[in-house]
Design a protein around this ligand. Structure first.
Ligand SMILES: *Cc1c(COP(=O)(O)O)cnc(C)c1O
Length: 358
């Protein structure tokens, strides 16, 4: 029995066209024929769970999301294995985080069971949109929730829409980046929304991202909002460093986003002779460690790129510092390959992280 009622599109993408789009995907611009949707009404709860043709939403111009930003989202992927089967990676973590994000923004939490049903039922229906695994291709899934009550008062809304759309992701080449330690912007403050996956955090990060780009850096490294001293994360990815005595050190949870990739790598650390450590890391410790060789590798991690090697840091006060010899680290590459091999079914899934859909 499906949880989401299926209303098939009258205009599916012709098979030849779809095959072309899936063979050479355009991330985030081309979407599958169907999406999952549900409505929430105060007093009634979530209702009308359905899979329908991907199409525009109708929103009243006073819809709360357009004014006060009650919006949250998730990001996960469906992976095709060499035998043709299709799998999800730890989707229950995304379902739980979606509830936590909703609670932080006083939005109606979407039931984790219904979240998992939306993802599995849409992926099963759109199976033909899941690319072959070569070049790290996958089908990216974007669950989200918005407040659609038409009301301009400042309070939590009484109506919400849950949506799930899917876009094929093409071959990925993990380019090493330099991080810009921004002196001007912070991402989160104690008690703020740093732990929630909400669109507002991303809107606030664009200025810092452009500042980084203007200084030749691919990503931002944010310091904490209170003392501007402790490493936080990169704004779309968590931060990790490897030490010469075999530790995998990452900033402790608090105001950073609790990444699924971060958690998974901490659990794989031991397989690579590394000891996982979650604690505060000061920018002074990072600078000194890079200078004296205590810090040997650094990388950022998240669902989209898995691991992006970080080969340098730049800031206006301290100039540029290179990590090791300026090339992606050996363990960084090993960890990345290990996680990809689990996701694509080429390495043993000891933790039971993979969920088969097709
Ligand atoms: C999504 C996200 C991450 C990475 O989380 P994953 O679950 O590993 O994809 C890191 N930081 C921020 C701000 C994010 O939104």
């Amino acid at each position: 029995m499906s949880v989401f009622e299926l209303h098939r599109t009258a205009n599916p993408t012709p098979e030849a066209k779809r095959a072309e789009l899936v063979a050479d995907p355009v991330f985030g611009k081309v979407f599958t024929d169907h999406m999952a949707v549900a409505d929430y009404t105060e007093g009634r709860g979530w209702h009308d769970l359905r899979i329908v043709a991907t199409d525009d939403f109708r929103l009243h111009p006073a819809a709360a999301v357009l004014h006060y930003g009650q919006e949250i989202f998730e990001g996960l992927k469906a992976y095709r294995h060499d035998d043709g089967s299709v799998w999800l990676f730890r989707p229950e973590k995304n379902a739980a985080r979606f509830v936590a994000s909703a609670e932080r923004l006083e939005m109606a939490p979407f039931d984790p069971g219904q979240f998992l049903a939306s993802v599995t039922e849409l992926v099963a229906l759109e199976e033909a949109w899941v690319p072959r695994p070569d070049g790290e291709k996958s089908l990216y899934l974007r669950p989200f929730e918005i407040a659609n009550e038409p009301y301009l008062g400042v309070r939590e809304a009484k109506n919400y829409i849950y949506g799930l759309i899917a876009t094929p992701v093409g071959a990925y080449y993990p380019a090493p980046v330099k991080l810009w330690v921004t002196p001007n912007f912070t991402r989160a403050a104690p008690g703020g929304t740093g732990t929630a996956k909400c669109g507002g955090n991303y809107a606030a990060s664009l200025a810092a991202a452009n500042e980084a780009a203007a200084h030749g850096c691919g990503q931002v490294l944010y310091l904490d909002g209170a003392e501007h001293k402790w490493l936080e994360e990169c704004g779309t990815m968590n931060f990790m460093m490897l030490t010469s005595d075999g530790e995998m050190v990452t900033p402790a949870l608090g105001s950073i986003l609790p990444g699924v990739t971060r958690d998974s790598l901490l659990k794989l650390a031991a397989d690579h002779g590394l000891k996982p450590v979650e604690r505060h890391i000061s920018i002074d410790e990072l600078r000194a460690g890079l200078a004296d060789g205590k810090i040997v590798e650094t990388f950022a991690c998240g669902t989209a790129a898995v691991i992006t090697p970080i080969v340098g840091f730049a800031s206006p006060e301290h100039g540029e510092q290179v990590v090791g010899d300026g090339e992606p680290g050996v363990k960084t590459k090993e960890l990345r390959q290990h996680l990809l091999d689990i996701q694509y079914g080429r390495a043993e899934d000891k933790q039971g992280w993979m969920h088969r859909v097709v």
